[in-house]
Design a protein around this ligand. Structure first.
Ligand code: FES
Ligand code: FE2
Length: 411
């Protein structure tokens, strides 16, 4: 992000904090609760947003070297993502051309070739069919047109995109719009993959996504956790097509007041969160990225699966490793403790655990009870306040994509 924009966002946040004002959309909306429970809506979303829409599946660091691969099973199409010997990113249907068996079964690893476990047809990591055992007995096959089915894919400024349909359109510049340039100024491609956690909970995928859409709850729900680090009730927000940029102040923003503007850096003083339609929360720190991918359960509107992938810069990893002294493991239970925070001796595991457990045990725990209330059908609607513009945007974007009328005004 350009420095000029970083400074203007930080000034906006400081002004909100100084005046005790949050962002104000000037309007409240309501949504009927069936958007979280309706099997028909869930089916439409699955088909349009997941089976027929480009998906951000990872960062370049998920394929760190030639021969790296990983598999994805989150949106109906089983995907095998590879990096070939020339360093090129590929994505394939993870299905053998003989009788459709999965050719790669591990979540991630290193392999130049993939041999199908059924009859050992073998494919290169460029997708070429390179060997068929007992070919004389099996009969003639034109290997050149029976490689793995290629899916449209693109490695774009460190982000790995795939379209789940072999004939689908993948145009990342178009998907990101003006965010493409803004995000290209960061070095996401240099980030090292450090781990993943999976959160499988009884809440609709949009409820999971909603928890990333306001800072109104920080000093209430997260009072003793994230509320120790972030102020809450402030937000610099911009809708960017179907996506958005969502920035809120950490308490470190006060340190900037004595520093020259040229030295201000957004991620040192605020949390930067990009939302990428339909299901991605992209959380950017000074030396880290958390890629949060939220998926519906394909059959149950009341369940979702969130994958949180953590990436850190090489220098941050080295610094964190060097800073970790003794055997004291810093965990989510004590990381918000003042002494630990000041010393900032967070190990990588501790940082990831704190982030994930806050989502799971605080935010999603709220969402699970909302899901129960929505499921019993007695609560007719829910209300999105003037200080929750991201919720307006998410829901209106989904509605527009499903050809539904916009949210109804409340009040
Ligand atoms: S199904 Fe893969 S080799 Fe037969
Ligand atoms: Fe939260």
């Amino acid at each position: 992000m350009k420095h000029e924009l970083q400074v203007s966002i930080l000034k906006e946040l400081m002004q909100q904090l100084d005046c005790g004002k949050n962002i104000d959309a000037g309007v409240q909306y309501r949504t009927s609760t069936d958007v979280y429970t309706s099997p028909e809506i869930a089916q439409q979303e699955w088909r349009l947003f997941f089976q027929n829409h480009p998906q951000l599946i990872g960062l370049s660091g998920d394929l760190p070297e030639p021969g790296s691969y990983f598999t994805v099973d989150d949106f109906g199409t089983p995907v095998l993502a590879t990096r070939d010997q020339q360093g090129k990113f590929h994505a394939f249907l993870n299905a053998c051309r003989h009788r459709g068996v999965r050719v790669a079964n591990e979540q991630r690893g290193q392999a130049g070739k993939f041999s199908c476990p059924f009859h050992a047809w073998t494919y290169s990591n460029r997708g070429d069919l390179v060997a068929i055992p007992q070919e004389d007995q099996f009969g003639a096959i034109d290997k050149s047109c029976h490689g793995l089915v290629a899916l449209p894919c693109e490695e774009h400024n460190g982000l790995l995109w795939v379209h789940p349909q072999p004939n689908g359109e993948l145009n990342v510049e178009k998907l990101l719009g003006p965010l493409a340039e803004e995000m290209s100024l960061a070095s996401y491609g240099d980030m090292v993959y450090c781990g993943e956690s999976v959160i499988d909970k009884n809440l609709n995928w949009k409820l999971a996504n909603d928890t990333f859409g306001e800072t109104y709850h920080f000093q209430k729900l997260h009072r003793n956790t994230l509320g120790q680090i972030f102020y809450g009730d402030n937000l610099a927000y911009e809708e960017i097509g179907r996506n958005h940029r969502f920035v809120f102040a950490s308490k470190a923003i006060d340190l900037l007041r004595d520093m020259p503007e040229e030295e201000w850096k957004l991620t040192d003083a605020a949390n930067l969160l990009y939302y990428l339609f339909p299901n991605i929360q992209f959380n950017v720190g000074t030396d880290s990225v958390a890629l949060i991918k939220i998926y519906p359960h394909p059959q149950d509107p009341g369940r979702s699966i969130t994958r949180v992938n953590h990436y850190f810069s090489r220098s941050a990893i080295e610094a964190l490793e060097a800073a970790q002294v003794g055997d004291d493991k810093i965990t989510a239970d004590n990381v918000y403790d003042g002494e630990v925070r000041e010393n900032a001796l967070f190990g990588l595991d501790a940082i990831m655990e704190v982030f994930d457990s806050t989502i799971e045990q605080e935010d999603y725990a709220m969402g699970e009870t909302t899901q129960q209330a929505a499921a019993n059908g007695l609560l007719e609607y829910m209300i999105f306040g003037r200080n929750e513009p991201a919720l307006h945007h998410y829901h209106n974007t989904f509605r527009e994509a499903l050809n539904q009328p916009p949210l109804q005004r409340f009040g």
